[in-house]
Write a protein that binds this ligand. Structure first.
Ligand code: ARG
Length: 463
């Protein structure tokens, strides 16, 4: 496992085989290969520029690292990706390769590689979130007038539209995108040059390497630069919330596609069967998204627990940071793709949603509002509508089934136009307050979401 690079001089004996395997991070940190090489190139160019190594050595290192990046050599035989890259470089170009580690430690190297990975993940996550958001906006536009029940306590409450409901999902995703942008902005500082913990005696230019690697700035304290993993914890927290959102959406899809709700049918291509029950068509994709949420929460807690008792600066415990973030990023990206594809393949039943909205007195608030508009204090209107509901329940009727005479028995303020006020489509159209379910209000919201996506894509702007 050990290439010998790290033990020359100090150690008389090789590392025990079991200890070596236990100590090694190569099986998982090999994913950082490209970031490590890019960091090496920036470092070598800076060393040469500052006269710390010769221009010739700088050129030889840079060219060999660039070739490695293109070739992607098989990775093995080292303690970690950092010692692998250095050993492979030295195997290729000899002595010049042994100069690359001047003014550098694996501690600032790993902090750099992991940050570059996190920054790259932010781009991928933002793209996946934006793609899902775009799909939802398109789907919502098709359902501006698809009336469905809105719920509180999972009890039918007031009529909304499917567009309004999907646009609520969109807001979750929009916040997720901006949360990642916030985390990204804070992690945009380069730790390279912090050394093992206390910088270096060589006249390095940290701003030069930071610029070359695309960072907005440099970590201003060398102890903090190598010890900080906030950026990973913050990204994990953002991932945990994305998964919380997907899980809530997944739960709704599971409910909507049940026979009890029957608001939507799963597409064959995005549902699964049962080994025993031939009739079954199961929402496995949604259930897996809900289930995998636990994994991502677990990763957040794993990292928070790893860092909680660590004295400054680097401690090997920090090697445990990587698998947590890798797993959470992989899982979230997988879930976003699979869930988005499944949602857009759902076949919604407008009839069933409307039928459900017609049961359960969803227009009772509208009935009370009608009386309030005619001058009755809302508290009294609420009581009249409540009494009407009770009356209807006894007779197995809906409010709109009552005759005007019956209605007037409860309040003389009722007129013929009450039937229009009780019509579900009218109830939805009437809720035109900003953010409400009226088609015009939802269209305005969807337009703003579309503009948000366009800004994200067009300018590459981090909104
Ligand atoms: N594999 C190590 C990690 O992931 C790299 C840094 C090693 N540094 C050290 N001082 N042992 O954290």
């Amino acid at each position: 496992m050990d290439s010998g690079l790290l033990r020359a001089g100090r150690f008389a004996a090789p590392l025990d085989g079991g200890a070596s395997d236990f100590n090694s991070s190569l099986p998982f940190d090999k994913r950082l290969f490209a970031f490590d090489v890019r960091g090496g190139i920036a470092h070598a160019q800076m060393l040469a520029e500052r006269g710390i190594i010769t221009k010739e050595d700088g050129k030889a290192i840079t060219e060999a690292l660039a070739a490695m990046l293109a070739e992607e050599p098989p990775i093995s035989g080292a303690e970690d990706i950092h010692s692998f890259v250095e050993a492979e470089l030295t195997r290729r170009i000899g002595e010049a390769g042994r100069r690359l580690h001047t003014a550098r430690s694996r501690n600032d190297q790993v902090a750099l590689d992991f940050r570059l990975y996190a920054l790259d993940s932010c781009e991928k996550l933002t793209a996946a979130l934006a793609a899902f958001l775009q799909k939802l906006v398109t789907l919502a536009r098709e359902h501006l007038r698809t009336v469905m029940p809105g719920y509180t306590h999972l009890q039918r409450a007031q009529p909304v539209t499917l567009a309004h409901h999907l646009a609520a999902w969109c807001q979750m995703l929009r916040r997720d995108i901006t949360r990642i942008a916030d985390a990204r902005a804070r992690m945009d500082e380069c730790p390279l040059g912090c050394g093992a913990l206390a910088g270096t005696t060589f006249p390095i230019d940290r701003h030069m390497t930071a610029r070359a690697l695309g960072f907005a700035g440099v970590c201003p304290n060398s102890l903090d630069g190598v010890a900080d993993r906030d950026f990973a914890a913050e990204l994990l927290a953002a991932l945990a919330l994305i998964m919380a959102h997907l899980s809530r959406m997944a739960e709704e899809v599971i409910l909507w596609t049940s026979s009890e709700f029957a608001f939507a049918a799963l597409d064959d291509a995005h549902s699964t069967g049962s080994s025993m029950m031939p009739q079954k068509k199961n929402p496995d994709i949604a259930e897996l998204v809900r289930g995998k949420t636990g994994r991502v929460y677990g990763s957040l807690f794993a990292l928070l627990t790893v860092v909680k008792g660590l004295p400054l600066a680097y401690n090997k415990d920090l090697q445990e940071d990587k698998e947590a973030l890798f797993s959470a990023v992989d899982t979230t990206l997988l879930c976003l793709d699979a869930f988005a594809a499944m949602v857009v393949s759902l076949v919604f039943s407008k009839e069933n949603m409307l039928r459900a909205a017609k049961m359960g007195f969803l227009n009772a608030t509208d009935c009370a509002d009608y009386l309030a508009r005619r001058g009755l204090p809302f508290r009294d209107s609420h009581a009249v509508a409540g009494a009407l509901v009770r009356f209807c329940l006894e007779g197995g009727m809906a409010l709109e089934d009552l005759t005007l005479e019956q209605l007037r028995g409860f309040s003389p303020l009722f007129d013929e136009d009450v039937y229009a006020a009780l019509d579900l489509h009218e109830c939805v159209n009437g809720r035109a307050s900003y953010g409400g379910p009226a088609p015009a209000a939802v269209t305005e919201h969807l337009d703003s979401l579309a503009a948000f996506i366009a800004r994200l894509r067009g300018e590459g702007e981090r909104v």
